[in-house]
Write a protein that binds this ligand. Structure first.
Ligand code: BDR
Ligand code: CA
Length: 314
């Protein structure tokens, strides 16, 4: 069998149901080598997302470093999403009490150290607001050549979800997104264009529940929680956003992608936080983003089922 080298990654997010499932997926496979996990403020405060991260990582048996991110966006006032993820930021099933503590270093310092120490260029996988990634790129621009790419969940070429124009992760910290999108580091963008097609239905989370191990049972309940919230606001299924940023590294063949130039709108009256995409080359700006446009939904659901099955052996 071909011996494929694992991709070194740093996971960074604001868990959050879909961030949690992204981490379950990433930790399920030897194809990724998770160097560290970092939190961001977003779905809830940094205290809550970090506590959630501690419990998620305990559930999935992750033993590497966890670091806490910064408390607030670069200049914007903090904004959270309790309507989506609950007051805890991860309402739903009972999770184990933490057996893992965050390290002393803040997440920017940890990411810098892990990138410096890595023999291979590192892929960053942010699934929350981009505050800490922007801080890393601003404070340590010397490390850019050692970042293979940033596979992120954020934005939407066609529309927003938190305002008509802006997606939540970008809207929380547009200035940070602007730094990241102008950084010159290759960006793989799982925006709403694809994530709202990555729909999970009851038959999918029942397949996951039937796998029966403790991780599968919790993932099924997270998905059920997410499904009910979205169904109540008019979706046909749960758009499981954040795992798309991990799936893009593991199975790009189940997705379609297009290279485009994307700017972040910082001043618009209606459009602050919009990811403005030059889809048809109407400017002379070179593509700075590989945007994911579509996904084989069934293959995505199968991937989540296979991911939780891997915890039978862990
Ligand atoms: C994004 O916002 C958050 O609520 C989710 O975790 C996801 O990262 C989708 O807009
Ligand atoms: Ca998220």
């Amino acid at each position: 069998m071909e011996n494929i080298k694992p991709i070194p990654v740093i996971l960074e997010g604001d868990p959050g149901h879909d961030d949690a499932i992204a981490w379950v997926l990433a930790n399920s496979t030897d194809r990724l080598k998770i160097l560290g996990v970092c939190t961001s403020a977003g779905n809830q405060t940094i205290e809550k997302t970090t506590y959630n991260a501690q419990r998620i990582l305990t559930l999935i048996g992750y033993k590497g470093p966890l670091a806490k991110g910064r408390t607030r966006p670069l200049i914007e006032e903090p904004m959270n999403a309790p309507s989506v993820h609950g007051e805890s930021g991860l309402d739903g099933p009972v999770l184990p009490e933490p057996e893992i503590e965050p390290v002393e270093e803040d997440s920017v310092v940890l990411m810098a150290r892990l990138i410096e120490e890595s023999e291979e260029p590192v892929t960053l996988v942010p699934t929350g607001p981009l505050t800490n990634i922007a801080a890393l790129l601003t404070e340590r621009p010397d490390l850019k050549p050692k970042i293979a790419r940033i596979s992120l969940m954020g934005g939407g070429l066609a529309s927003g979800n938190w305002t008509p124009a802006a997606e939540f992760n970008i809207l929380v910290d547009p200035e940070a997104a602007d730094v990241v999108f102008r950084s010159g580091v290759p960006i793989l963008m799982a925006g709403l264009d694809v994530t709202e097609k990555a729909l999970i239905f009851p038959e999918d989370f029942e397949r996951i529940r039937a796998v029966g191990n403790p991780v599968a049972k919790v993932v099924a309940e997270w998905l059920e929680f997410f499904y009910h919230f979205h169904r109540d606001i008019g979706y046909t299924g749960a758009p499981v956003h954040d795992p798309c940023a991990v799936a893009a590294l593991l199975h790009p063949e189940i997705m379609t992608m297009k290279d485009v130039h994307v700017d972040i709108e910082l001043t618009g009256k209606y459009c602050r936080g919009m990811t403005v995409a030059d889809m048809y080359g109407s400017t002379d700006k070179k593509p700075n983003v590989r945007a994911i446009l579509n996904i084989d939904r069934k293959a995505f659901a199968d991937l989540l089922v296979e991911a939780v099955k891997a915890y039978d052996e862990k």
